[in-house]
Ligand binder design. Structure first.
Ligand SMILES: NC(=O)c1ccc[n+]([C@@H]2O[C@H](COP(=O)([O-])OP(=O)(O)OC[C@H]3O[C@@H](n4cnc5c(N)ncnc54)[C@H](O)[C@@H]3O)[C@@H](O)[C@H]2O)c1
Ligand SMILES: O=C(O)C[C@H](O)C(=O)O
Length: 199
């Protein structure tokens, strides 16, 4: 699912598939790759490193504060200040809205979404083809937190999701971000489920 609001459209799709008796939680993904692309790009700019060498996990969901980039786990390591990390986090969280507002009613990110979509589709195809250790972040059914859907690193394989990976160690700032995003993400998920059940 790329269509927004991803935090609700994924639960909606899950409910619809369940109703039809064809739900497979290993094969339903909310595409959050663009958040990773943005986090990597902004980090590379600030840290003055080649973006092609950068990796940054992004967890949570795909809207505002539910997007939580884990810059404490970014590779390569860079000595950025707390202020820099806060600014990079906000820029990543606001990236989509920035584009939507700039386009003023004429759609959302297109070229960057095509790039992100291609990365994610390629990762899925590699997994289906048996390439080992293909890992991308995606919004999936999850037990990583108490929420039924959550974006985190996911290992892709022949069956789709082979493993939903945990969050790893978080900085205090990220831990606060995680606690702050949970009520908002919970509400979006519940709205999606209710919408599907009422339809
Ligand atoms: N997951 C992500 O990272 C990400 C990134 C970019 C865009 N998006 C989402 O992708 C979706 C498309 O974005 P866009 O920029 O291409 O938008 P857009 O406004 O350019 O295109 C939307 C299209 O959907 C059509 N449409 C609207 N209602 C419809 C309906 N009921 N039935 C059939 N078609 C309908 C419109 O005619 C239009 O052609 C949006 O939901 C956007 O928020 C997600
Ligand atoms: O379509 C939007 O609202 C934003 C989009 O999800 C994006 O991340 O660019």
């Amino acid at each position: 699912m790329i269509s927004n609001p991803v935090n609700s459209t994924v639960p909606i799709a899950a409910e619809v598939f369940k109703r039809k008796g064809v739900y497979d939680e290993k094969k339903l993904f909310g595409v959050t790759t663009l958040d990773v692309v943005r986090a990597k790009t902004f980090y590379a700019g600030k840290a003055k490193v080649n973006v092609a060498d950068v990796n940054v996990p992004v967890v949570g969901g795909h809207a505002g504060i539910t997007i939580l980039p884990l810059f404490s786990q970014a590779a390569p390591k860079a000595n950025l200040s707390d202020e820099d990390i806060k600014a990079l986090t906000k820029r990543t969280q606001d990236g989509g809205t920035e584009v939507v507002e700039a386009k003023a009613g004429k759609g959302s990110a297109t070229l960057s979404m095509a790039y992100a979509g291609a990365i994610f589709a390629d990762a899925c195809l590699k997994g289906l083809n048996g390439v080992p250790d293909v890992v991308e972040c995606a919004f999936v059914q999850s037990t990583v937190t108490e929420l039924p859907f959550f974006a985190s690193k996911v290992r892709l394989g022949k069956n789709g999701v082979e493993e939903v990976l945990g969050l790893g160690p978080l900085s205090d700032y990220e831990q606060q971000g995680l606690e702050a995003l949970k009520p908002e993400l919970k509400s979006s998920i519940e709205k999606g489920i209710k919408f599907a059940q009422d339809s």
